[in-house]
Design a protein around this ligand. Structure first.
Ligand code: FES
Length: 117
């Protein structure tokens, strides 16, 4: 435990076609916590509507948690949460679905693509 340390998490919000904005959450800072831990904390304690994706949790296998952490592409499940302030945004080169969720399915793996072939 790191006492009463907090991280101010600044999170991109919005869906395709909406005016985006950022929400800020003060998240308890625990030694060794990940950015994903902080997002889960926000969803459980502050805003259940926050959209983000993950599956394997720290196995670094599913790659579903990829986001921008302070402007750099990173896995939310392995990116360490620093004390102070952290900005989390969706991947910039993917189509935004909502909040931190982007369309990461390769075009050839989409349902319906078999019919097109
Ligand atoms: S949750 Fe699977 S790589 Fe992060």
């Amino acid at each position: 435990m790191s006492g009463n340390l907090k991280t101010t998490l600044k999170v991109y919000r919005g869906a395709e076609g909406e005016e985006p904005h950022y929400d800020q959450f003060d998240v308890p800072h625990e030694e060794g916590a990940s950015v994903l831990d902080a997002l889960v904390w926000v969803r459980e304690n502050e805003d259940a509507s926050l959209a983000f994706r993950y599956a394997c949790v720290s196995a670094n296998a599913c790659k579903e948690c990829m986001v921008l952490v302070d402007g750099k592409v990173n896995y939310a499940c392995t990116a360490r949460l620093s004390a102070g302030a952290v900005t989390v945004e969706p991947l910039a080169n993917k189509t935004l679905i909502r909040d931190l969720v982007t369309d990461i399915v390769p075009p050839k793996e989409r349902l319906g693509s078999a019919e097109e072939n």
